[in-house]
Write a new protein. Structure first.
Length: 472
């Protein structure tokens, strides 16, 4: 191990770049560990403009004890520039590096798959780096890729964090991008996958931030997938924050298991000027969520906010009894948080606290549904007007008889006219009776009937629930 380390230092001194170094730790080390043997602060070993294809693995019995600054920890690969680097620009890049903590290993502070830091005028980029936590413990946060520039643009793309066991006492972020001035910052196509273990703080697929100035941020195409484990704070597919314009779009959160003790957001944009959180998706098929679920959230100090065209899809048997479900949400200012937001209910017997800001609510009736069943029960009374309600069979047509009544939503109010829809030769009348929105079978197929029809029947209604929202 020591021979590899000094060989890498020699290469760095000659070429200003590190390629393909691998370090395995099975003992206690006091100080940070770098797969390519470089300190991104530019002290000690030489400063480099690029770190590519390096790795660090912490195995059982391995313990890395470091300080607590942003640049302390375990680095699969680290690139840093304190002035103008060898290419004459001060740009830095970390690509294809990996950091792993296995069962029985420990890191006192942070773990970075790849780390790129520019302290003056260069751009920074972290791409295709990976952090894997299969066991052991991490005393602070875990990043697949981390890009930071104090004076220019930063970008973090296609980085991955995978957690299957162990404990993380901080955040878990697939790709993090930070700019200290008005330059732009972007986090694109990053992923976090959790199947076990515990994360104490927030989980983000992609995170783009700016410290000051009027630069823009974008978090797009990031994904968080959770099938097990425990997360004690929020889960966000993509997060964008700045003093210019912020956009969180096309991000995804998939939850099939595990326990989440706070909110779930597909995309979250927060800024001084315009904020947009649109085209995000949250799919929940299992597990437990203790907080609210939002397709998109947009907040701005003075600008307009938009949270539209987001989708929340619920199937299986998740525990969402404490959750309010929002298509879009903002801080109460001007902006559209309703248009094209869609809620898909693909299971019967679902209970949630409430729903709001969906233009479309589509009910996918399961094949085993029967008269007298309820699709969605709300613990908070919801007022409906102008929302378009659709019916569809989830897989195959159920065996229903004329006169069967299915409760689509329990605990609603509102005034609207009854509507007749036809699906797969079944005819339903959708209407409200008391505090229930119901679908009554008024016609059945001749002969065997059945078959799945991709078309939806729609009823126009509206959503507006006077919830009190907390500001993060």
């Amino acid at each position: 191990m020591r021979k590899i380390f000094f060989t890498v230092v020699l290469v760095l001194a000659l070429s200003g770049a590190a390629w393909g170094a691998d370090i395995t730790v099975g003992v206690t080390i006091n100080g940070s560990v770098y797969g390519n043997g470089t300190n991104p602060n530019g002290t000690g070993t030489p400063t480099v403009s690029a770190a590519d294809g390096n790795s660090v693995t912490i195995n059982s019995g391995g313990s890395v004890v470091t300080g607590t600054t942003n640049s302390d920890g375990v680095f699969g690969g680290a690139a840093g520039s304190v002035a103008f680097a060898d290419d004459g620009t001060g740009d830095t890049a970390a690509t294809g590096n990996k950091a792993t903590v296995n069962s029985g290993g420990s890191v006192s502070h942070r773990v970075f798959g790849g780390f790129a830091l520019s302290l003056l005028y260069g751009d920074s980029a972290a791409r295709e780096n990976t952090a894997i936590i299969s066991g052991g413990s991490v005393g602070n946060s875990v990043y697949g890729g981390y890009a930071a520039s104090t004076g220019s643009e930063s970008a973090s793309a296609e980085n991955i964090v995978t957690i299957s066991g162990g404990s993380i006492s901080g955040w878990a972020i697939g790709g993090f991008s930070w700019s200290g001035t008005g330059a732009n910052s972007a986090a694109t196509g990053n992923k976090v996958t959790i199947s076990g273990g515990e994360v104490t703080s927030v989980v983000k697929g992609g995170d783009a931030e700016i410290e000051s100035g009027t630069g823009d941020t974008a978090a797009s195409g990031n994904t968080v997938t959770i099938s097990g484990g425990k997360i004690n704070k929020e889960v966000l597919g993509g997060y964008a924050s700045c003093y210019g314009d912020a956009a969180a779009s096309g991000n995804t959160v998939n939850i099939s298991g595990g326990e989440i003790n706070d909110e779930v957001l597909g995309g979250y944009a927060f800024c001084t000027n315009a904020a947009a959180a649109s085209d995000n998706t949250v799919s929940i098929s299992g597990g437990k969520v203790a907080g609210d679920v939002m397709g998109g959230e947009a907040r701005s100090s003075i600008g307009d906010t938009v949270a539209s065209n987001n989708t929340v899809s619920i199937s299986g048997t998740p525990d969402l009894t404490a959750s309010r479900i929002f298509g879009g949400i903002n801080n109460g200012g001007a902006g559209d948080v309703f248009s094209d937001n869609k809620l898909e209910i693909k299971t019967a017997g679902l209970s949630v606290a409430g729903v709001e800001n969906f233009e479309f609510i589509d009910f996918y009736l399961p094949s085993g549904i029967a008269g007298g069943d309820t699709m969605l029960a709300l613990s908070l009374t919801t007022i409906l007007t102008d929302v378009k309600v659709g019916l569809k069979f989830n897989t195959s047509a159920p065996n229903l008889a004329a006169g069967d009544v299915i409760t689509l939503i329990d605990n609603v109010t509102g005034t609207f006219a009854a509507k007749t829809v036809t699906i797969s030769d079944y005819t339903f009348e959708i209407s409200r009776t008391g505090d229930k929105l119901i679908a009554t079978v008024t016609g059945v197929p001749s002969g065997d009937g059945g078959g799945c029809n991709a078309g939806l029947g729609f009823l126009a209604l509206v959503f507006a629930v006077p919830f009190v929202l907390k500001r993060r």
